[in-house]
Design a protein around this ligand. Structure first.
Ligand SMILES: [Zn+2]
Length: 259
């Protein structure tokens, strides 16, 4: 499996339009915008027509960033469900069906992932590194670029050298590297914007594809599906234990035959 890179920008702010759109359009690669459905058209956020242009004209992907920007882990199960289902419904009504959800603040737990699994094919977190074949598709990791910098002391994680090193690391591990952007943040200044442009150029120069989450998922059918439980935790644990035992038996059987 070859490495690939994805850029996901959170919150659907106007800066996706003013800062990211010209840059990605010029580079000829797509970005993914995680949209909080209730914020579409609000002051400071992109409107329906802008998002439609990004999706339809530039091939960008729209992901869900919940219905309201809330920490899903703190909600009752009914409210979690409302956020996950409601966001998908509202995005669909606007013409943007979402395949993935970017958890607000990156916050999720087994219950959130289970409910997210009813409406989305993947969930995206904050932090971490490249996603290998062992990665959980409901816990896709991201590397920060431009804001909310990774904490990896003593590394300076806001420099172009760091961003390129993460790309190199993904190439070596044949991993799917997902960068997290927040262009509306103050720290995403002119310098970080130049780093973003240079990172895109670097990825292109070494021949690594820049893809949407949707395309990444279709290329990485090997990503674990284990977080799409039909049952909530409890039943799942028992089922997993049984499966593990059955699996062990087969391994033993095979081992004996080989001898
Ligand atoms: Zn957010």
């Amino acid at each position: 499996m070859e490495a690939m890179v994805t850029f996901v920008s959170d919150d659907g702010a106007q800066e996706d339009w003013t800062k990211l759109m010209p840059l990605f359009r010029q580079a000829g690669v797509p970005c993914v915008v995680a949209i909080t459905s209730r914020q579409v058209g609000q002051a400071g956020y992109m409107g329906k027509e802008q998002i439609a242009y990004l999706q339809d004209e530039l091939g960008w992907e729209v992901a869900s960033h919940a219905r309201e920007h809330v920490n899903l882990t703190e909600l009752s199960e009914a409210r979690m469900e409302e956020e996950c289902r409601g966001s998908q419904e509202e995005l669909r009504a606007l013409g943007f069906g979402a395949q993935a959800i970017v958890y607000p603040y990156g916050r999720n737990n087994a219950r959130v992932r289970s409910i997210a699994g009813r409406y989305y094919d993947a969930g995206i977190e904050v932090g971490g590194g490249g996603n290998t074949g062992r990665a959980d598709r409901y816990r896709l990791q991201r590397v920060a670029l431009g804001s909310y910098f990774d904490s990896r002391l003593p590394l300076a994680t806001n420099r172009i050298a760091y961003y390129k090193a993460r790309v190199d690391e993904a190439v070596r591990a044949r991993a799917w590297l997902i960068f997290m952007l927040h262009p509306a943040e103050r720290s995403h200044d002119g310098e970080q914007q130049r780093h973003l442009r240079e990172t895109i150029r670097y990825v292109q120069a070494i021949g690594v594809p820049i893809v949407t989450v949707r395309e990444g998922l279709s290329r990485r059918a090997d990503l674990s599906m284990r977080a799409r439980p039909r049952r909530l935790p409890g039943n799942g644990v028992l089922l997993r234990s049984i499966r593990r035992l059955v699996g062990l038996k087969f391994v033993w059987f095979y081992f004996m035959r080989c001898k």
